[in-house]
Design a protein around this ligand. Structure first.
Ligand code: ADP
Ligand code: 5GP
Length: 195
């Protein structure tokens, strides 16, 4: 579910299977393009030891998440891997009204919600070079248990099939630098061809 937002800046949705490199790419794009604002989502997922509240996510309780939903504070939300994830609208509205490019790093359900109320949003799906490499990255990151990593891999195939249908751009994250350049190209409107 999503509601309309102010439309001055550009809204970019970035999705892709867990472990494909979305966070790595987005952080680097943000570092290189000062006009880009990466929105921090709220989640009921437990915080990993390497994560900081307010940096990767706002880590909230289920009751707090319900409160955000009820008060209309979320632009979209979805259940992913048994936890709730949502996009707080306040920072997005503010950054868009300042003319910034806003990146939402959200799942395919969220991407669909945002597109339905904001068709001008540009959507980018990040793909791994192959499934084995995705598995290596996910397990190499070591954030989840092996079982949780396997659940994430199972979702990957389904998401990649769905993404083919409605994402504007697909970017294969094989060489990291090339993937960063491609995303920067899309955001900067240099890359006019949809692929
Ligand atoms: P996501 O945010 O999509 O879940 P991350 O950004 O956390 O994924 O990346 C998962 C792991 O893959 C990290 O350890 C990251 O350093 C690594 N990684 C990202 N891009 C590449 C790449 N092109 N080649 C090799 N490893 C990569
Ligand atoms: P992770 O737990 O690995 O950080 O994220 C799991 C999944 O949730 C990823 O696919 C990520 O893109 C998605 N996600 C993160 N924040 C949001 C959000 O605010 N809304 C939605 N719909 N998905 C999100």
């Amino acid at each position: 579910m999503a509601e309309a937002v102010s439309k001055k800046g550009k809204l970019i949705v970035i999705s892709g299977p867990s472990g494909v490199g979305k966070g790595t790419i987005c952080a680097e794009v943000c570092r290189r393009l000062p006009s880009v604002y990466i929105n921090v989502s709220a989640t009921t997922r437990p915080k990993a030891a390497s994560e900081v509240n307010g940096r990767e996510y706002w880590f909230v309780s289920a009751a707090e998440f319900e409160g955000l939903k009820k008060d209309g504070k979320l632009l979209e939300y979805a259940e992913v891997f048994g936890n709730m994830y949502g996009t707080p609208r306040e920072g997005v509205d503010r950054a868009l009204s300042e003319g910034k490019t806003v990146i939402l790093e959200i799942d395919v359900q969220g991407g669909r919600s945002v597109k339905s109320v904001y068709p001008e949003a540009v959507s980018i799906f990040i793909l791994p070079p192959d499934t084995k490499e995705l598995e290596r990255r996910l397990e190499g990151r070591g954030r989840e248990t092996i079982e949780a990593a396997q659940r994430r891999l199972q979702k990957a195939g389904k998401e990649m099939g769905e993404a083919e249908k409605f994402y504007d751009y697909k970017v294969v994250n094989d060489n990291l630098e090339k993937a960063i350049q491609r995303v920067i190209g899309i955001i900067s409107n240099i890359d006019g061809e949809k692929r």
